[in-house]
Design a protein around this ligand. Structure first.
Ligand code: PMP
Length: 426
């Protein structure tokens, strides 16, 4: 069933480290060969062996309207015909920035970059520049891209590889990164007692890189209060949750608001985009207005901007989409829970808007260590068998799942039925 993918993987490994351009794609956590993809259409992925999968990853989030959405496709083609990049400003950047700024009371200005990594890296530089402080505080299991100082206990692909921080990152570069346990207020307070040099807290307010683990409202409130009391800025990393967890992301669900928000994925609808945004007071510190340097040759790329514009405008025009997506996510994980319990398997589930997570464990995990206690062998087996039945899930229990409007209720029902069959032998 995977002959062509096996061949393609071997060929890729000759010329690309591990055969992939982003480690999680190598399926190390679950084993086996990753299907090599030929094309996507709506809810489905088609691999080079002709297998068809209902895709519950949707390029790790961006494709809310599914693969090859006609509106996005048209915008991309029309824009591409006018040139792929100018290295000069274009009105499309302002248009997309306006769409974002209009949505958030705490945001006046946006700077576009080309990835989530750049967005978070730039956001912490800005926080340090604005506060004049050096330390940053992050949480175990939260991933904020692969820049040096954020590559400490970062969940997701790193957790899979058991490498809390990577070789190649000198300790000198991470000595300003303070690490706290997610959802642990006492631990957080202690960090602020230990350092008077904290420039910012960076947090995934709904963590999607240790499975889906939301922060409690009390925890977010403590983050906000401790930042305010200590002259630090609060950064919500909404690279995954932005326009996904709700129209306004986690910010739209939570009472407390951030000083800086980082975005990615959805605002590019599948094109490489990231962004960071804040009030004028904060953003005016950025080059060329201010002294904090940040730049990018392809930043604000017109094709990416046009894709993002169409996507965001469609979402804004159809906010009921979020109810539909959440109902589908709930239907899927509740269905899983039901068939798991029928088969005497302990399964915990979470959803936030169009994002979902499921864990093979007795209790719902609230932090990275608890996720680590879940049954990873069982997850691997489940993942394998579901792929064989045509259902494509994120290839690690440390990853979240993503619903798209293109996935139908019938797809979900078929998936639950398949899960029932798989769980009989799990
Ligand atoms: N922040 C979060 C919350 C993410 O989930 C990711 C990527 N999954 C990143 C940052 C980094 O984004 P990118 O892979 O585009 O660099």
């Amino acid at each position: 069933m995977f002959d062509n993918s096996i061949k393609a993987y071997e060929e890729a490994k000759e010329v690309i480290p591990g055969g992939v351009d982003s480690p999680v794609r190598a399926f190390k956590s679950v084993g086996g060969t990753p299907p090599f993809i030929e094309r996507g259409e709506g809810a489905y992925l088609f691999d080079i062996d002709g297998n068809k999968y209902v895709d519950f990853v949707q390029s790790w989030g961006p494709l809310i309207f599914g693969h090859a959405d006609k509106d996005v496709e048209e915008a991309v083609i029309n824009t591409a015909k006018k040139g792929l990049s100018f290295g000069a400003p274009s009105p499309l950047e302002t248009e997309l920035a306006k769409e974002i700024v209009d949505m958030f009371d705490n945001i006046d200005k946006v700077r576009f970059v080309s990835s989530g990594t750049e967005a978070t890296m730039s956001a912490i530089r800005l926080a340090r520049g604005v506060t004049g402080k050096n330390d940053i505080l992050k949480f175990e299991g939260c991933y904020h891209g692969h820049s040096d100082s954020l590559l400490v206990q970062a969940g997701s692909g790193l957790a899979t590889f058991g490498t809390p921080s990577s070789p190649g990152v000198p300790a000198d570069l991470t000595k300003h990164t303070l690490l706290c346990e997610y959802n642990n207020i006492e631990n957080l307070k202690k960090c602020f007692e230990d350092s008077d040099d904290i420039s910012c807290i960076i947090i995934e307010p709904i963590a999607g890189n240790m499975g889906l683990v939301p922060a409690s409202p009390e925890f977010i409130k403590a983050c906000r209060e401790l930042c305010d009391a200590n002259g630090a800025l609060l950064i919500f990393d909404e690279v995954m949750t932005g326009f996904r967890a709700s129209l306004k992301g986690a910010s739209g669900i939570l009472e407390e608001q951030a000083d800086i928000i980082t975005f990615g994925k959805v605002i590019g609808a599948g094109m490489p985009v990231g962004a960071f945004a804040a009030s004028k007071d904060i953003m005016n510190h950025l080059s060329p207005d201010g002294a904090v340097y940040q730049a990018g040759t392809l930043s604000g790329n017109p094709v990416a901007m046009s894709a993002g514009l169409v996507n965001l405008r469609k979402l804004k025009a159809n906010p009921e989409v979020y109810e539909e997506l959440n109902a589908k996510a709930v239907k899927l994980v509740n269905g899983f829970k039901e068939v798991a319990s029928k088969n005497n398997i302990a399964l915990q589930v979470n959803t936030r808007g169009s994002m979902f997570g499921f864990f093979f464990c007795e209790e719902s995990p609230t932090n990275f260590k608890e996720v680590g206690k879940c049954d990873f062998d069982r997850f691997a087996k489940f993942h394998h068998e579901m792929i064989k039945k045509g259902f494509y899930f994120a290839c690690s229990q440390y990853e979240a799942g993503f619903m798209s409007t293109a996935i139908s209720n019938e797809d979900i029902e078929a998936c639950i039925e398949a899960a029932n069959e798989v769980m009989k032998n799990l």
